[in-house]
Design a protein around this ligand. Structure first.
Ligand code: NAD
Ligand code: ZN
Length: 360
């Protein structure tokens, strides 16, 4: 048995207003005046001077606004890299992602592709990246995915939705400023927050569980309950707590794995473009059989926050379309093995997966 030697984010700042320290943090990392810092910023902040006026631009630094309407694609990473190379005199000093999981994953992938040849889809998988990435900083503006702490960047490629999992993927620096999440719309707050809740349930109920994952998973789980059951509002205190829940949830799955909700949600996302947070919610709502207590609590939280999930998302699909989702989902073998154990293939069939999709 060989244990994972997991890289962690080496530097992290936490605190309301810590975003103001960005300049001080990145300045020493500037290679020279021709090597810019490139800021990838969620376009929800375009024209929002409260945030953008605090982005420290000098020399040839620039901001690229990114729409988070769709999840990151390998082709989008390739285009961004080309754009950055064509528009900078030298290789950037750093890539700084400011946004949710979408922008954070793009920042990680772009920083990798600036120092590795070929195209992003060449690196989807495990430990395929050869060279250290450009210095990259992650600044989450919504809490739940754990993308700020994870060793992966999830990309939809021409053939599959799969992460670039590597020791070079984690950020060199993270800034956790919960104040940045103050204006997240309520539904999105719930969906992305539930991503964290589901990470906890899948990690804590998985066969890969160990004391490392459990210690982080239990903390994240209790923080989620404080935020979504006890607090009931997006208060300052709950913004702080949810940001730390996301971090701990990410640390928990780093040393275990996610499970059935993620396996099925990847299928939805691949075929229908359903986004990760809401897709996980749509799937998890139907998984009583596998996660009875977690699903019960999920339904309670849905009620507390008046969340109406879309239904019938799979109602008009053809058999071939179900097959595509089932293939994507079944290809994620470690997720099934974590959820159901080594002989998972005996417990789940294509028909049973199809029956679950049909309920969504
Ligand atoms: P997101 O980044 O897609 O953003 C969701 C919405 O919230 C967008 O409309 C965005 O503009 C908006 N938003 C973000 N911050 C805001 C703010 N402060 N105020 C107002 N609106 C704001 O959402 P997400 O759920 O954080 O990320 C989902 C992505 O993360 C998916 O692509 C998924 O694959 C990825 N993911 C990655 C990992 C990982 O470990 N790398 C883990 C889980 C999910
Ligand atoms: Zn997730």
């Amino acid at each position: 048995m060989s244990y994972k030697n997991f890289p962690m984010v080496p530097r992290v700042v936490f605190g309301r207003g810590s975003f103001n320290q960005l300049q001080e943090i990145i300045s020493p990392k500037r290679i020279n005046t021709k090597a810019p810092f490139v800021f990838l910023v969620d376009d929800v902040f375009k024209g929002n001077a409260w945030l953008t006026s605090r982005i420290p631009l000098s020399y040839e630094d620039n901001i690229i606004y990114i729409s988070a309407n769709e999840e990151p694609k390998t082709s989008q990473v390739d285009e961004l890299v080309e754009d950055i190379i064509l528009n900078s005199r030298e290789k950037p000093s750093g890539i700084i992602g400011i946004g949710g999981g979408t922008v954070l994953d793009l920042a990680k992938a772009v920083s990798i592709m600036l120092t590795n040849s070929g195209i992003a889809s060449d690196y989807q998988g495990w430990d395929l990246v050869k060279n250290q990435a450009v210095y990259h900083v992650g600044i989450p503006t919504i809490s739940g995915t754990g993308a700020e702490v994870s060793r992966t960047t999830v990309l939809t490629g021409p053939e599959r939705k799969l992460g670039i999992n590597s020791d070079f993927t984690p950020f060199d620096q993270v800034i956790l400023d919960p104040e940045l999440s103050k204006d997240v719309p309520k539904d999105q707050w719930f969906y992305t927050g539930m991503d964290c809740f589901i990470h906890c349930i899948e990690s804590l109920n998985g066969t890969f569980l160990n004391a490392f994952s459990q210690s982080y998973g239990e903390k994240a789980f209790s923080l989620c309950k404080e935020v979504f059951v006890d607090n009931k509002l997006n208060t300052e205190e709950s913004q702080d707590k949810l940001m730390m829940a996301s971090w701990h949830g990410g640390m928990s799955i780093a040393y275990s794995q996610v499970g059935i909700a993620h396996a099925l949600s990847y299928g939805l996302s691949y075929l229908l473009g359903t986004k990760h947070g809401i897709g996980n919610c749509i799937v998890f709502d139907q998984l009583e059989e596998f996660y009875p207590e977690g699903v019960k609590l999920f339904k309670e939280m849905k009620k507390i926050h008046n969340i109406e999930l879309p239904n019938g998302v799979c109602s008009n699909l053809a058999d071939e379309e179900f097959d595509i989702m089932i293939d994507v989902s079944l290809s994620l073998e470690p997720l099934w093995e974590n959820a159901l154990g080594k002989d998972w293939k005996k417990r789940i069939t294509r028909d049973s997966i199809k029956a679950l999709y049909k309920k969504m």
